[in-house]
Design a protein around this ligand. Sequence first.
Ligand SMILES: Nc1ncnc2c1ncn2[C@@H]1O[C@H](COP(=O)(O)OP(=O)(O)OP(=O)(O)O)[C@@H](O)[C@H]1O
Length: 312
Amino acid sequence: MRVEGIAKRFGALTALRDVNLRLDKGEVLGLIGDNGAGKSTLIKILCGFHRPDSGQIFVNGEELVLRSVEHARSVGIDTVYQDLALVNELSVYHNMFLNRERVRWPLLNNRLMRRLAKQQLDDMGVDIPDVSVEVAKLSGGQRQAIAVARSVYSDARILLLDEPLAAMGAKEGSLILDLITDLKARGEVSIIIIAHNYAQVLQVCDRVNVLQHGAITFDKPTSETSQQELTDLMVAEYRAGRAARAANHHPTPSPLPRAAAATPLPRFCVASASLLPLFCVASAPLLRRSRANGRALISNPRPFALDRRGFP
Ligand SMILES: Nc1ncnc2c1ncn2[C@@H]1O[C@H](COP(=O)(O)OP(=O)(O)OP(=O)(O)O)[C@@H](O)[C@H]1O
């Protein structure tokens, strides 16, 4: 896959400015970048969810104008999102064949789907003893593995993994890393992985790209870079961003007193305040009378008089 000059704006915000990227056959490419750098936006463009404002995508040398996620799938580009798009209430095998169910007319061929799902998961080294169990009962790592296996067995040739290792413990994470290593060894699928853990990126990827300011600013084989270099890049980016924000920031000491001093009191406030003594004097007799009535009622409680309809 080759991506040239991809740009994407959301209103006034430029998410991607000029992205150029290549993914070789059978390669695992790590895509890293700060929060909000545009990584997910790029993945969503590559899987047909967003239309880019400009730029081109080529697969096997041919330009592709992706119309939808289904269109991207039909040409072999599939995505595993952070939320995995699994149906918790369905079994593992039903999820594996979601949208491409095997049918023995007029019924679902559950037996065949069960057998194939078990076989496919075993092939990929994913250990799920019972594929009839509901997906909701599995661990995060197992669920992620099912989502990946589903994409691989739906004939995806390009797999886009949006933070597949996020929020996973060491054991679950290593299940996915093993799975990706396995896929890499087969060489049939090319993979882009978004990840924030540089150690894992270096462990599993062939090459790493850094997305900054809406463009790819760093492209190296993982064998030629290190966790330190990637961390330094990100820290430098963070410091540059903070310095830019500080340069644009005009400090205002305690905004409330300043605003109060700067803004004159509205005229109606001044008028109401000056009328307050007059109001107190005028309402004093009324107040005295109502207090007297209250005292009289307390000392001599009277039952309510009821009218003819029985209302007080
Ligand atoms: N649908 C949208 N509408 C408006 N703005 C969006 C939309 N999607 C993304 N953005 C904005 O585009 C920018 C890039 O977002 P994106 O999610 O691609 O970043 P990211 O690099 O994946 O971040 P993270 O690592 O935090 O997931 C952000 O400023 C985000 O707020």
